[in-house]
Structure formats: C-alpha cells, structure tokens
Design a protein around this ligand. Structure first.
Ligand code: GCO
Ligand code: MG
Length: 401
C-alpha cells in the first residue's frame, strides 16, 4: 500500500490543533496528532516542508523503517518540533495498519491487558472549599483518581486553577504574565491536600502537579510534607533538564514521582527509569515519537517498576487520546491516563469511538485508532495564535511556569 497524499490540517475548535492525515492508493487513510501547544505552526511547517514530500510514494506498511528514516535521516535528532512531526506520521501509519488488518490497534500491540483504562480527572479551586466541591463532583462522576490543584493566597493566578468551566492556559498571542511565590505555595499546599484527604478518605487516588516550579530540595520538602496524605504521585516537581535533581528528591521522600510530559524520546528518561528515580513516566504519543517509540519507553519502564501515566491534557487532540488508549489498554505496566474532557466543538471535529464510563476510558473496537478528523468542519475554525503563560517572581525575575 503506497502513500499518495499527506495533508496537514490546522484547526481551532476552541483551541488550536495540528493534524496529519495520510492517504494511500488503496483508499485507506490514517490520522496522527501533531499539536504542540503554542507552537502549532512550527510543526505544521516542519511536516509540510520536510516530511510530507518524503512520504509520498513510500510503503505505508513500513512503520518502523519510516520512523528510523525520519529520525536518523534528519541528522538533527530529537527536539519537540521534530519529534511531534515524527509522532504524527507514526500514529497515522498505525491507524492505517489497523484498518488494513481490520483490527483495533491494541490488538496489534498484543491485545487487552485490562478491561478499561483508569483515568484521573482534574479538580481545581481558587480556594479550598471550591476545590472540595470539584473533587466531590468528580468522585460522583465515577473517577477513582483526582488531580488536585489549588489557588494560593496572595497569588492572583496559578497553573492549573481557573474559575471558568474549561481550563485553558494558552489564552493570548503574547504570553500572559503571572506572579509566582514558592514560599507561599509551599506554605499553603500541604494543608489543602490534608483537607482533601480528610474529607474523602483513603479510597480515592490523589495527585498533584508542581509543573516544574521547584528546586530539588524544595520538592523534597514538599514530598515529605505530603507523605501523610499518601499521594499517588507528585508530578514534575523540578525542571527535568538536570536529572540528578531527582536523586536528591528520592533521598528525602517516599512520595511517588511522575515526570515526562515535556520529554521527546527515551533518551530523556532512560537514566531516570534505570536508576528507579521515578514511579510514573508521563510521556505522550504526540510528543514522544508516536506509538512505536512510546511503546519502547513503556517497555523500558516496565523492567524498572515504573508505570505509565499518560499525559492527556486538552491541548492534545482526540487523535492523541485515541492512540494513547490503544497503548493504555495493552501495556502491562499501565498506571493512569489523564482525562480532561475536550469541548463539544473539538469532539465534533474529531469523531471518535472511545468513551468514558465509570472512571474508565474505553478505546472501542473500531479498526485502527477509532478516530478521524472531519475536514469540512475543521475548515470552519481558523487558527488563532495562542501562547502559554509565563511566571515571574515578585521582583520581576522569570521563573518556570
Ligand atoms: C498536565 C500538563 C498540562 C500542560 C499543558 C501544556 O499535566 O496536564 O501539565 O496542563 O500545562 O499540556 O501545554
Ligand atoms: Mg503536568
């Protein structure tokens, strides 16, 4: 089966998404998510200028060879733009492979390892009472795992917290600027998590995302303070470029650690996994090399007691979610899948077979990934520049957001 066309579709049904659609001479098509939040057009250009011309005329069945060709063939390795483009191609080719076989992709990955993919929902509140209301709502909706994010007294806006129904941080073309205080955050958060645990008891898995804002010793202090409340994970405690920081955290606390949403390849996490410095690896299909490469990361993790914790924020399209669920239902070391429901507009542009029920997502049994893009509908939502915010300290120093 030969690739005859590959289209890059940028659409904004509530937020921006970049999608690759590959077409073959036998009429089968496949889709891959190519969304890199705030940098959507960079990936679109990489695909259009450098990847699509290489795809035309290739054998659609050669998924692994195409991955190696795009990765090694570029000479310039890794990086979020390149790897998001490669991920999109890989994902679309798995979709085609599944359709050709008449099987959902998870059947090609070894079949189901479980009945459903356990998801965690997002509860956030500008204050603790509104957070408790949100946790309660999610538990009533069936969620067994809940990520808790809270406002911090004295700070106007913090990551993960919004008073609107849909949380959307990429809110302006020029990044919004917010003020951050590590001291205020470290002082406030343990009390918030304590209240949530007191209110809802030991049955619910609780998670928290630090979003790369601490130093290792600050993260160690937070991890220790949170130990009595038995978090399932503390996410992205420090920026992960300097990975020896994780050794410092590990030395001080038994709070489990999750990391990986900004990683692009196995090389970004190989040491963290091999040294058992983390408990959950949170790479996504769209940013970590597609199904082929993420499966390698998961397999390495499985050898080292590390479970998966798939990144699934709304800035990854339903195409990414569908692919993630194919992996999640089949990986032996699956841990949790993040679930932030998309808006109705987004769901309409990307019709999909997966569905939520009682704390689980189910990938469905359609051949391929079980997701598509409605190109006519997509064309009605033109791209709108939107960037993620930045943080500054009170004195104006730029800090990780
Ligand atoms: C998460 C993430 C997201 C990121 C977003 C950036 O855990 O879901 O931290 O909220 O901020 O994906 O584009
Ligand atoms: Mg995160």
């Amino acid at each position: 089966m030969i690739i005859t066309d590959a289209r890059v579709i940028v659409t904004s049904p509530g937020r921006n998404f970049t999608t690759l659609k590959i077409v073959t001479d036998e009429g089968l098509t496949g889709v891959g998510d190519a969304t890199l939040n705030g940098r959507e057009l960079a990936v679109a250009a990489y695909l259009t200028e450098h990847v699509v011309p290489l795809l035309i005329g290739r054998d659609a069945g050669r998924i692994e060879d195409t991955w190696q060709y795009l990765y090694k063939g570029a000479y310039w390795r890794r990086g979020p733009v390149t790897m998001t483009a490669i991920s999109a191609v890989d994902t679309a080719l798995w979709d085609i492979k599944g359709k050709q076989a008449g099987l959902p992709v998870h059947q090609l990955l070894g079949g189901r390892s479980r009945d459903g993919v356990t998801v965690y929902g997002h509860a956030n509140g500008t204050d603790t009472d509104s957070l408790l209301t949100e946790v309660d709502r999610l538990i009533r909706e069936g969620y067994r795992a809940v990520r808790v994010q809270s406002g911090v007294p004295g700070l106007e806006k913090v990551y993960g917290v919004s008073d609107r129904d849909v949380y959307e941080p990429a809110d302006s073309a020029v990044p919004t600027e917010t003020v951050w205080s590590t001291e205020a955050y470290l002082d406030h958060l343990p009390g918030v998590v304590a209240r949530v645990r007191e209110e809802f008891g030991p049955g619910v898995k609780l998670l928290h995302d630090v979003h790369h804002r601490l130093t290792p010793i600050e993260a160690a202090r937070l991890g220790k303070a949170l130990e009595p409340y038995a978090l399932t994970w503390l996410e992205d405690p420090v920026p992960a470029e300097l990975q020896s920081g994780y050794r410092i955290i590990r030395r001080h606390t038994t709070t489990p650690i999750a990391v990986g949403e900004v990683f692009n390849t196995i090389w970004d996490c190989a040491d963290l996994i091999r040294e058992q410095l983390i408990d959950y690896i949170r790479c996504s299909v769209v940013h970590a090399g597609g199904i082929s490469h993420l499966r390698r990361i998961h397999d390495l993790a499985a050898l080292h007691h590390v479970r998966t914790g798939a990144h699934g924020a709304t800035d990854m399209s339903p195409v990414c979610m569908a692919a993630s669920l194919q992996l999640g239902i089949s990986a032996p070391n699956f841990g949790l899948q993040e679930h932030m429901p998309h808006t109705a507009e987004t769901d309409a542009v990307f019709p999909h077979a997966y569905r939520y029920a009682d704390g689980y997502l189910h990938p469905g049994d359609e051949p391929g990934l079980g997701v598509d893009i409605d190109e006519d509908l997509a064309a009605r939502y033109p791209y709108k520049a939107a960037s993620l915010p930045v943080n500054r300290l009170a004195d104006g120093t730029l800090h990780s957001w």
